[in-house]
Ligand binder design. Sequence first.
Ligand code: BGC
Length: 742
Amino acid sequence: MRRIEFFLIAVFLLFVCGGYISIPIYLDDTRGIEERVEDALNRMTLQEKIAMVHAQSSFSSPGVKRLGIPEIWTTDGPHGIRAELFWGNFKEAGWGNDSCVAFPALTALAATWNREMAYIYGKSIGEEARYRNKTILLGPGVNIYRTPLNGRNFEYMGEDPFLASELVVPYVRGVQQNGVAACVKHYALNNNEKNRHTTNVIVDDRALNEIYLPAFKAAVTKGKVWSIMGAYNLFQGQHCSHHHRLLNQILKQDWGFDGVVVSDWGATHDSDEAIRNGLDLEFDTKDSKMPKLSAVKYDNYFLAHDYLNKIQQGKYGTEELDDKVRRILRLSFRTNMNRARPYGSMLSKEHYDAAQQIAEEGFVLLKNEGILPISRENVKRILVVGENAVRMMTAGGGSSALKAQIEVTPLQGIMELVDESIDVCFARGYKTEDYEGAKVMAGYSLEETRSDEELAREAVDLAKNADYVLFFGGLNKAKKQDCEGHDRLTMSLPANQDALIDSLLQVNKHLIFVNISGNAVAMPWVGRVPAICQAWYLGSKAGTAIARILFGEVNPSGKLPFSFPVSLDRSPAHVKGDYPGTKKGNVWDMVYREGIFVGYRWFDTFDKNGVLFPFGHGLSYTKFMYEKPSIDRQKMGAEECVKISVLVKNIGMVAGKEVVQLYVGDKKSSLPRPVKELKAFQKVDLAPGESELVTFVLDRNDLSFFNDRIQKWVAEPGEFELFIGSSSVDIRGKVKIVYTGK
Ligand code: BGC
């Protein structure tokens, strides 16, 4: 063969084989994501694109099998990875390898006031999600605590937009570093469960921007979250899962969100709106208006055959569809097509340790007249009272219910901690009606044939001879007691808990009430019970954490992420707002008349006596002294920052953590403002005698409010007061500053 022939054949072979061995751009992860997205998109047929924007099962959407693009698997969220469900319904599939570590509910995380805890939470739950091959974790939830009746408050991060924003960002980062997308929910204004599909929120733009949007905005702009869930409710007459202003304008245009908008399950109601108004991925549609075009239910979804027909008939081009598909592909390249992502892990010691640490930091000591911690030395007998001492709290509550591998109940935690020298006895004391979701633990059955009187009598008799009575009461994640789909009917404790507390107090003054709930409860006996604790739903290691705190192995350091009103009629949404709204046709108009005055913003400004336990409150077994705060300048210009420092010292006998809180008050402004608003906080860990200088830096953003007349955040020149405190009412120091505006 002549040299030239050999050369030509070689070039030909290289050309032909090269075509086969070179991988398509979308599979080549040395390329940038956007280039891969475009390449994959260009290879997809119209039908494949349509298939991608709606579900194929209760919790998954198809990828493109022909191209090797994997399915997307979502999972609840937000406190652990939900058990596997059947393909087309919500029943547990009965797998043997799908139990999880249950992390504390998000109110407990918020009560840690610790960004590090939020990161550890996100990282650990993200690892569990990754191990279980999930693409999207349906959480965290950041809807604002507006009314104590909201059945899902336990899944959220409290009443303050700043606190929620600071914690959602590390949670999201922790999850996503595993190559699993977080899905922040429920965007937006989903602040009650009653009529959740038909509530039409009417709120002014100021409250929208100052109170209800910031945590979502932080998740998007700072946390770079890869997906977000549209809420069930309506806002200004349009459903939030396909809401032009919320999704197209605010989320995608103003905040630059490049991820996927997922509908809440069954939150899609119209194909034209879904096509045009920014919904990218439709789940679990049940709407009766859904077109019946196929025997396969998923094909009848609004973004399925109907959408395809509308494109084929020329009503729509593919511009909107391509945008949706691009977003989904981008999410895939970040998650299940990211070959560099870690493998994840589950049920590890690290995860249990994280769950316990978060639980211990989130536990809030509300009141303590020197009775806690319990010293084991002088104690012979402890009576544990209450259904919640033995009830599993990782079950129940709706979509966040978990199949926990382990759940240590409070009674178990106590039994494990104390030795035989202490006699621990248990009396149920009261029974709630609904056992749904509550599974039997520790050989103790929740089935009960005794009457309320018999149960109470047993507890009171045993209390007479006990050194301490530990009452575990509160709510229980059954319907209307902290559960999705229902609001509570009152703020009162269910069953005859209040009466039982009164009876127990008559025979034993050493009563410690541990409230298990994700919500504020009324406490008519508050002045007579010497110690009260808020123990949330603390997950797999709940009992261990609770026992360690009650017996002083751990010093409590949680602070309330929302205010406890003295009664429901003092809560701003009920004084001012019009919960549950007024029925107009098919919807319930609910006007948020209290505007920006949510939680402590309301109590501080209008009703100081209306609060039982304030926002930011939480006691410790030690004491912290705050020195006078100092400030580096008296005047601050528009481009300047101000530094406020305060020395905090542990002056007690045990180590402890304190959350130093900074609130800003505008002395005079053109629009009404609350007395003060949280703008910074820092948790410090101090040994006895140790002190730490805590420094906060503020700029004009921290002085601003949203002026809805001009649709802008503004800081008005004038005097501001900076409050440094241990809670929103326990203010330890103040400094003034003048903002020049120039
Ligand atoms: C809830 C969501 C949840 C979804 C899937 C809905 O009912 O509102 O928070 O992620 O179900 O279970």
